[in-house]
Design a protein around this ligand. Structure first.
Ligand SMILES: [Zn+2]
Length: 434
């Protein structure tokens, strides 16, 4: 699509087109739009505004560290500090609902705002639901098998680095004593409505985890007409360089990366690893599990128009399981029965290719039986698939014949520990790509 994450030469035209699109989206019902598409639209709308405001561009050469970083204090409140006695026993059945917010402020829609009162309600619901909010460091230690976490855990992440993150979200999170993570993209810092470097330094001193959300917040899959070499160089500017900038300016170790719009690619994942990030965060309405890929941790993304997306978070029924039950299934009985998958095309994507390759990474299903996996496409029935990896995690299927324009649903079923699990996603084929 023409608004697809490029830097057009005519921001006014873009601003007009995006506003028109958002109006149409609001009018025709946002339910049909995927979180990634909505974020893309809303992102460019505020991006133009923010970049119009005066502000220093980030200096990528070494700059003095802002203040002396202090050892982050462990937040009080709902945080449980497991005290390991002897060898560490890690609860492999624990799950973590990672929540993603953008702007905690009273603003009209579209898309990425949440009213402070509603945000506070969410925080209370976590507490009332017996869900423990854990820190990023505890999450990473759990994934490494070094530290256990409560069976029902959550993590709070706020992306982009708007001023309201500091002014409004921070006091609410403080009140609950919740640890949280702030993902920032470096060319936005200290501009317009964004957080300043000084505020980030203060967050750091208060124990907030600062993660990287790229340099320019562009779609890391979009080559934008670049040569392969130039594209690869640009990817490094978006992945490696902002990590260095955050680490040098703030004197921190920046261990985590949140992909803009949740988009990744094999090359992006490779660079994340090479750059030394310990974890990468994407979108997906499922809880993080111990066996899930640490470079694609799913997050429930809050969209004001789709509050139902958070239902699985707050309707987390079932008893918290005891720590380490080696014979228990890797996926607890409280796991959602329709886990979100990392797919190609993406959920809600509009494609131009009449014969797309369908791909899905099934790791969020847990321990599934690879032989039981079936893939169906609406209007076409069962489609044979093959595995793209030796671990049989990601499947790929080529369509036997070209698609007619329209909307399609892909359904994947698999047996997970004797239980049939189904997951679906939709995409639309439109030769004009609109
Ligand atoms: Zn973002």
């Amino acid at each position: 699509m023409y608004y697809h994450d490029q830097e057009p030469k005519r921001p006014f035209l873009r601003k007009f087109l995006i506003s028109a699109l958002l109006l149409c989206a609001a009018f025709f019902g946002l339910k049909k739009w995927s979180p990634a598409t909505l974020e893309r639209l809303a992102f460019w709308q505020k991006h133009d505004k923010a970049l119009a405001a005066p502000g220093p561009d980030v200096k990528l050469e070494p700059a003095p560290v802002l203040g002396a970083p202090v050892v982050p204090k462990v937040n009080a409140g709902n945080v449980v500090e497991p005290v390991p006695t002897g060898p560490v026993t890690v609860d492999r059945n624990a799950q973590v609902a990672v929540l993603l917010y953008h702007r905690v402020e009273l603003k009209a829609p579209p898309a990425l705002h949440i009213a402070p009162a509603v945000f506070e309600e969410h925080m209370q619901k976590l507490k009332d639901g017996g869900i423990t909010v854990i820190s990023m460091q505890d999450f990473l230690a759990w994934k490494r098998g070094e530290k256990t976490i409560p069976a029902k855990s959550a993590m709070i992440t706020i992306d982009d680095g708007f001023g309201s993150t500091f002014d409004i979200a921070r006091p609410i999170l403080k009140k609950f004593g919740y640890p949280w993570t702030c993902f920032v993209y470096t060319n936005f810092i200290s501009r317009g409505t964004a957080l300043t470097w000084e505020q980030l330094a203060q967050l750091r001193d208060e124990g907030v985890e600062i993660g990287c959300h790229s340099h320019s917040h562009a779609n890391l899959r979009d080559m934008q007409g670049k040569t392969p070499e130039a594209f690869d160089e640009w990817l490094k500017q978006e992945i490696v360089v902002p990590k260095q900038a955050l680490e040098q300016r703030l004197g921190i170790k920046c261990a985590t990366y949140a992909y803009p719009f949740g988009y990744t690619s094999p090359r992006v994942l490779e660079l994340i690893k090479q750059a030394g990030y310990e974890a990468g965060f994407t979108l997906g309405a499922s809880r993080a599990i111990f066996a899930g890929p640490v470079d694609r941790v799913p997050r429930f993304s809050w969209l004001d128009e789709r509050p139902q997306d958070f239902n699985p978070v707050f309707a987390w029924s079932g008893r918290a399981q005891s720590v380490d039950a080696p014979t228990a299934p890797a996926v607890s009985p409280s796991a959602p029965s329709t886990p979100a998958l990392l797919t190609q095309p993406l959920d809600g994507e509009v494609i131009k290719d009449p014969r797309p390759v369908l791909r899905a990474n099934l790791s969020t299903l847990g321990a599934f039986d690879a032989n039981s996996v079936m893939l169906r496409l609406s209007g076409a029935g069962m489609i044979p698939h093959s595995w793209v990896d030796t671990t049989k995690t990601t499947l790929s299927a080529k369509l036997p014949k070209p698609l007619e324009p329209g909307e399609y649903t892909v359904t994947i079923t698999a047996m997970v520990r004797g239980k049939r699990v189904e997951s679906q996603w939709k995409f639309r084929f439109d030769p004009a790509g609109q």
